[in-house]
Design a protein around this ligand. Structure first.
Ligand SMILES: *Cc1c(COP(=O)(O)O)cnc(C)c1O
Length: 368
């Protein structure tokens, strides 16, 4: 079986470096907020034009720190996408704000032209939380327009798009703040949870540092609402010493696989979105026009594990029973198509050429 994400092959590659990293932290004997975390924050900073990086315990926490940092308050409206990991909306709910959903475009990302119209029509919505979905960069020019023309504060969800860029502008460097995740299956994953928040403002970055550690400015002096959201030294050491040195090569491998898929998969029953923008190929989506269930079953029979990102529109989650707790800014017609049609093919860096052949021939063999 070709795994959707092959953690065992990954382990075989990184094992020695991970054990060395753990030993290094163990010998020093400091497990929380020490050298490895600061080193990791410094190593990440160049992706964000040198902005200060504040590491924390997860991508969800990073989004919460981001929203609290820019001042989102209970009852505030935050425009966002209905097609994402639930965490994007969860963070809005955690600060007591109201998610407002707007439709996506053909590539599955929030439609920025539509979002512009919505935000212009509704000056009550002061915050915008777009997602660089599947690893694709959103168009920075349009994000800048929203920010500049409408004075809306942008919080970028870069959990799937670390290192993705358009020209020399990286995902996460346009808005007021960006959040990333180091969940194990992300392009840069830890061996457990982790995240980071990156503010444009140094002052807000400093406050996020307090906030991740009980809101204390110095030991036993609590100046703001706080969380316990610290990245472990162990995870930071693993990221620094086992993952980061391989990150570029892994991304190249993903790009190679994606290129082969784009060139060699021909099928009239499914559609491969042509990504206009730069992507890190966190996910390789195909849209199956009819009968996704049968496609997934067919791939499984051919020994290929697939996934779906995502099977349910966020506002249709059972949590929102009775349609309360959110608002629609537009109809979600394209989003409905995407949640009905999307299937993610394996695109992890440990696939062999034979694995790639096998996925391609399996897709080609499918007749709906
Ligand atoms: C993974 C993910 C998150 C949440 O990250 P965690 O580290 O799992 O909390 C948020 N947004 C998107 C788009 C994600 O893919």
């Amino acid at each position: 079986m070709i795994a959707f994400f092959d953690a065992c092959r990954q382990w075989a590659e990184i094992q020695r470096d991970v054990i060395k990293a753990i030993d290094r932290v163990g010998r020093r004997g400091r497990w929380v907020l020490d050298r490895e975390v600061s080193l990791f924050e410094r190593k990440l900073s160049p992706w964000f034009n040198g902005r200060p990086v504040v590491a924390c315990a997860s991508g969800l926490d990073a989004l919460e720190l981001a929203l609290r940092g820019v001042g989102v308050a209970p009852g505030d409206r935050v425009l966002t996408t209905p097609v994402s990991a639930f965490a994007t909306t969860q963070a809005i709910l955690r600060v007591g704000a109201l998610p407002v959903f707007s439709d996506v475009d053909a590539s599955g990302l929030i439609d920025l032209n539509l979002a512009y119209q919505v935000l212009r029509r509704n000056p009550a919505i002061r915050y915008f939380l777009p997602v660089h979905l599947y690893g694709q960069s959103l168009d920075p020019v349009k994000l800048i327009q929203i920010q500049r023309d409408l004075g809306v504060t942008i919080i970028e969800d870069c959990a799937q798009a670390l290192g993705s860029h358009v020209g020399d502008r990286g995902a996460g460097t346009t808005g007021a703040v960006a959040a990333v995740s180091f969940y194990p299956t992300k392009n840069l994953g830890a061996l457990g949870d982790g995240g980071a928040v990156i503010f444009r403002s140094k002052t807000l970055a400093k406050q996020a540092r307090w906030r991740r550690d009980y809101g204390q400015k110095e030991k036993y002096c609590h100046v703001t609402f706080g969380m316990n959201s610290r990245l472990d030294e162990l995870q930071a050491a693993i990221l620094n010493r086992a993952m980061l040195p391989r990150f570029a090569r892994w991304n190249e491998r993903r790009a190679h696989i994606a290129k082969r898929y784009c060139g060699e998969i021909r099928s009239s029953s499914l559609h491969i979105p042509t990504f206009q923008r730069s992507t890190t190929w966190h996910i390789f989506p195909v849209y199956v026009r009819e009968n996704r269930v049968s496609f997934v079953r067919h791939m499984k029979r051919r020994g290929v594990q697939t996934a779906v990102h995502y099977p349910t529109l966020i506002p249709r989650q059972p949590l929102f029973r009775r349609g309360k707790g959110f608002e629609f800014a537009t109809r979600l017609l394209r989003a409905e198509d995407i949640v009905r049609q999307e299937v993610s093919l394996p695109v992890h860096p440990w696939m062999t050429e034979r694995d790639i052949d096998c996925v391609i021939s399996a897709v080609r063999a499918w007749k709906e």
